[in-house]
Write a protein that binds this ligand. Structure first.
Ligand SMILES: Nc1nc2c(ncn2[C@@H]2O[C@H](COP(=O)(O)OP(=O)(O)OP(=O)(O)O)[C@@H](O)[C@H]2O)c(=O)[nH]1
Ligand SMILES: [Mg+2]
Ligand SMILES: [Zn+2]
Length: 295
């Protein structure tokens, strides 16, 4: 039975790339149960299919390694969180949210700060270093000067990578840079609002020249952390981790509790004050969702 990967799904049809393929996709329908269960088949899934002349029928889906919710893609190896040094300006709270989302997925991820050509070297390094100090992997890129191109290509080689981040930061432009020939549409950043206009819509996996796949995604404008329990949130701030053992209560949310290792670390400048404030803001948000759910 032939095996392939779903790289695209449109209106009940799945486009499958055979394991050993010349890049040609096979249009497949789904059989039986797979047809009626929503989310039975997702872009990124490995499937068995039967060929009927030039078309195929998917008969089985292989167990998933993971399933990313936004965008809906299975078996992802890397999340690339893209932000811009400017235009649009980086927003620490929004970044904290993206980082929490990535961390909670359990999938490896990294930060790319794009549009490095638009700011001074000093400013670019400052931002990159700040996030490196929090413990994240950071790469600075520019589609204009091709800064970081080789490194990004190396990161993507052989992987299924998802590019996520706010609108207008240059996700599609970066993908075009690392894999010329994709010719993804990019959009001018609106002068007025300082962000893009959602040029990218459909979710699909595109084959790169580095023998991997990448998924471009539309920029998110809103992220709801509605699936996170208040007590879990701090698990997604990696730099808090080593201080939690000093919290008096194992259920500590590092907020109003006495004898909190994280708060102590903030007061000793071992944890960044701004990150802690971002944490508290997200905690308030998570608690609100939590209350509404259990009311
Ligand atoms: N100066 C500069 N401009 C860039 C760079 N990368 C992208 N741009 C420009 O920024 C604008 C937005 O780029 P896109 O690639 O469409 O942004 P996106 O993140 O895909 O946006 P959405 O699809 O809306 O989520 C375009 O006008 C690009 O030409 C860069 O490194 N430097
Ligand atoms: Mg785009
Ligand atoms: Zn605590």
């Amino acid at each position: 039975m032939p095996v392939g990967r779903i790289v695209r799904s449109i209106a009940g049809f799945f486009y499958v790339e055979p394991v050993e393929s010349d890049g040609k996709l096979i249009e497949c329908a789904a059989r039986g149960k797979l047809k009626y269960q929503s989310e039975a088949l997702v872009v990124g899934d490995w499937v068995d299919y039967e060929l009927e002349e030039t078309k195929g029928v998917i008969t089985r889906v292989h167990p998933r390694e993971n399933l990313l919710k936004r965008p809906y893609i299975a078996n992802v190896n890397l999340i690339v969180l893209v932000f811009a040094h400017t235009n649009p300006d980086p927003n620490d709270l929004l970044m904290a949210k993206f980082l929490v989302l990535a961390e909670s997925s359990g999938i490896p991820y990294m930060i790319v700060f794009n549009k490095t050509d638009l700011v001074s070297k000093r400013k670019a390094n400052q931002l990159a270093e700040k996030y490196r100090n929090y413990g994240y992997k950071v790469l600075c890129t520019s589609v204009v000067s091709h800064l970081g191109k080789r490194k990004l290509q190396q990161e993507l080689a052989g992987k299924v990578a998802v590019f996520a981040g706010p609108s207008g930061v240059g996700k599609s432009a970066l993908l075009n840079m690392v894999s010329p020939g994709l010719e993804l549409r990019t959009g001018a950043v609106s002068e007025k609002i300082g962000r893009g206009k959602h040029t990218t819509r459909e979710v699909q996996l595109l084959k790169t020249r580095q023998n991997g796949y990448i998924a471009d995604t539309p920029g998110f404008t809103q992220i709801d952390l509605d699936f996170i329990e208040p007590q879990q949130l701090s698990d997604y701030f990696p730099e808090f981790e080593s201080f939690k053992e000093y919290c008096k209560f194992s259920t500590c949310c590092h907020d109003a509790e006495p004898q909190c290792g994280v708060k102590q670390a903030v007061s000793e400048c071992k944890v960044d004050e701004m990150r802690y404030q971002n944490y508290l803001e997200l905690l308030a948000e998570v608690r609100k969702f939590y209350k509404n759910r259990y009311r």
